[in-house]
Structure formats: structure tokens, C-alpha cells
Design a binder for this molecule. Structure first.
Ligand code: HEC
Ligand SMILES: [Cu+2]
Length: 334
């Protein structure tokens, strides 16, 4: 014997609950249902593809859920006994043809659109008028991004670029899989050890574009934030030729070591290193940075090979910074 249900209250509660759930999603801080506003031609093509697909999936959602609701109401029990069977229907050739043909057409429309947009997403524009793309090398490391500019300048976690310039990025990994992703500037590209991937973007206005590593890569994966700072051409040029060099040591400390050893080297996930003589013994330190280390068990105290692929200039800049600002022991090195 089914319990008497206060139907109206139930229906009302479900409707109010559903409405609240949608409101929460619409106001969520992630920008709601849609992707970020694009600021690069490839990103806006990805965005149009998203909208084109959303059009069909949205319509299908409304039709399917609408029909479901309609059937639930139209064919409700109306006091019939629970054991009574409904009419048995066999075959409906015309309906079956329709619901096969329509999805085929939808898939063709989606595939056609994507193939039309793809070259504009994937292919790096020749940018002849600009003298070719600006090439920046990306090295993904546990747990930071390293950017190398055509003049040899290096920055960590922050990429500086001029606006309105095609930037080609060549992506490498020095250890495990990572993934380069600045949503406002285009799609996601994996950094795979032993392989080389590339993508591009062209920032349409000055500003800061945020991204983060899109592939879980270890304990400090969440600290692998990347920022693209788009400047005017003059600001970019003065940064890359004059500012990048003097800031290198500090940026390496902040972007690489401080994430694990604390802002002053006082210790955090990694040990306190302020009085560790290695900080002022370049040769030993370089071996540690290139090989990584895991003396203190368990494996959770692993120091990755964070300096793999570094140039002499990078090591020198770090050595100088450590000596001046971090090392607190006696200068003999203990
Ligand atoms: C992902 C976290 C992480 C990062 C990044 C990191 N370290 Fe470490 N570091 C550790 C851990 C963990 C240990 C302890 C390793 C062990 O088990 O021996 C350590 C150990 C050390 C030691 C002591 C080694 C010894 O044998 O006495 C020094 C010196 C050091 N790190 C310097 C640095 C410097 C300089 C940087 C930046 C270039 C850096 N670390 C970046 C986690 C990190
Ligand atoms: Cu990563």
C-alpha cells in the first residue's frame, strides 16, 4: 500500500531545489558555464567551437528532458492498478529513420565546423609583417615554468610578451608530464619528457593572463601557476634587455626554491637550509640541483632535479642570490 504523498509540496520542493542549484552554478566564481573571454585569435576560435557544440547539446538537453517531463505527466498512473501493463509497441520505421538521420546530420555539422576552424587554431601564423613569430622556449619543471627568450633572457613563472605579436612557444619537460594552459590565450598543450610540442598565441590587449599546470605532476603541482604579462612593445623590449638579467637570481629563488624551503629558506616541505654550507659551494649545489635528492626517507621528502637544463648564467645568478640573501651560516661553508 503506497504512502499518501503530499504531491504539491514535493513538486514545489524539487522545483525550488533545482532553481537554487542552477543559481549557484550560474554565480560560481569560475565564470559560470562558458569558457573565459578569449584574448587571442586561436582562443576565440576554440570559443566559437564551444558555442557551436553547446547549441546542439543545449537543444538536445531541452528536447530530451522536456519530452521526459511531458511523458511523466501525460502518461501518469491516474489511479490504474500498479500491475496493469502498458500497450506493447513494436517498430516505428519512420521514427527510427528520423532519429538516426538527425544525429548523423548534427555530427556532420559539428565535424564540418571544427575542420573549418582547426587550421586557425593549430597552425602558427607566418606573421611576415612582424618578421616572423617571437619564439619563446618553455621548460616545465617540478614545480615551476621557465621561459627563455630569443636573446637568452630567462624568467620563471611569469612570461613577458608584447601585445599584437604572434608568439610561438616550444614546450619541453625536464622531468614528468606537465601541461601548459592559459585559457584566455588558447588551448592546452602537454609538456612531455623526451618530446617537443608547440603552440602559439597573440595577445590582443595589455594585461595579465593566468594559467596553471593542467596535468597533475606531483606534490607542488598547485604551485605551478603561470602568468603571461602582455606589455606594449617598448615595455617588453626594456624588460627583456634590461630587467630580466638583474632579477634572475631572485626570481629563481622565489619561483623555484622558496616554494619548498620557505620564503627565507627557513624550511617548509623541504628542510631549513639557511645554514647549509652547500648554498655557498657552487659545485656541490649544482650537482644537487641537477640530480635531485632523497636522503631523508620517506619518498615524500624528495627534492626534484630542479636545475636540470640550467645554463651557467642561471646557476651563477642563483649562487649570488643565495650568498647575499639566504645563507646565514659562516662564509667558510661549514
Ligand atoms: C619540490 C620541493 C623542493 C624544491 C623546489 C627545492 N627543494 Fe631543496 N630540498 C627539498 C627536500 C625535500 C630536501 C631534502 C631532500 C632529502 O631527502 O635529502 C631538500 C634539500 C635541499 C638541500 C640540502 C641538501 C643536503 O644534502 O644537505 C639544499 C641545500 C637545497 N635543498 C637547496 C635547494 C635550492 C637552492 C633550491 C632551488 C633552486 C631547492 N632546494 C628547491 C625540496 C625542494
Ligand atoms: Cu606541472
Amino acid at each position: 500500500m503506497p504512502l499518501p504523498v503530499r504531491r504539491k509540496i514535493l513538486v514545489l520542493a524539487v522545483l525550488v531545489g533545482a532553481a537554487l542549484a542552477f543559481v549557484a552554478v550560474a554565480y560560481a566564481g569560475n565564470g559560470g558555464f562558458g569558457p573565459e573571454t578569449p584574448h587571442s585569435p586561436n582562443a576565440s576560435r576554440i570559443n566559437s567551437s564551444y558555442k557551436w557544440i553547446a547549441l546542439f547539446t543545449g537543444a538536445i538537453f531541452v528536447i530530451v528532458e522536456g519530452t521526459l517531463l511531458w511523458f511523466v505527466i501525460r502518461y501518469r498512473r491516474r489511479g490504474r492498478a500498479r500491475t496493469v501493463e502498458g500497450p506493447q509497441v513494436h517498430g516505428a520505421t519512420r521514427l527510427e529513420l528520423i532519429w538516426t538521420a538527425i544525429p548523423v546530420l548534427i555530427l556532420a555539422a559539428i565535424a564540418g565546423f571544427i575542420f573549418y576552424e582547426l587550421p586557425g587554431i593549430k597552425d602558427v601564423p607566418a606573421a611576415k609583417a612582424q618578421g616572423g613569430p617571437l619564439d619563446i622556449r618553455i621548460d616545465a619543471h617540478q614545480f615551476y615554468w621557465q621561459f627563455t627568450y630569443p636573446n637568452g633572457a630567462v624568467s620563471i613563472d611569469e612570461m613577458h610578451v608584447p601585445t599584437h605579436r604572434v608568439v610561438r612557444v616550444d614546450i619541453y619537460s625536464q622531468d614528468v608530464d606537465h601541461s601548459w594552459w592559459i585559457p584566455e590565450l588558447g588551448g592546452k598543450f602537454d609538456a612531455i619528457p623526451g618530446r617537443h610540442t608547440h603552440t602559439w598565441f597573440q595577445a590582443n590587449e595589455t594585461g595579465t593572463y593566468h594559467g596553471r599546470c593542467g596535468e597533475f605532476c606531483g606534490i607542488f603541482h598547485a604551485a605551478m601557476k603561470a602568468q603571461v604579462l602582455a606589455h606594449s612593445l617598448a615595455d617588453y623590449q626594456s624588460w627583456v634587455s634590461a630587467k630580466a638579467g638583474p632579477d634572475l637570481g631572485r626570481n629563481e629563488w622565489v619561483g623555484v626554491c622558496a616554494k619548498c624551503h620557505g620564503p627565507q629558506g627557513e624550511g617548509d616541505y623541504g628542510p631549513n637550509i639557511t645554514t647549509n654550507g652547500l648554498l655557498v659551494q657552487p659545485a656541490g649545489l649544482h650537482t644537487l640541483l641537477v640530480d635531485g635528492q632523497n636522503r631523508i626517507k620517506p619518498i615524500s621528502s624528495y627534492m626534484p632535479p630542479v636545475g636540470r637544463g640550467w645554463t651557467d648564467k642561471q646557476f651563477t645568478a642563483l649562487d649570488l642570490y643565495l650568498k647575499r640573501h639566504i645563507y646565514k651560516g659562516s662564509q667558510s661553508g661549514g
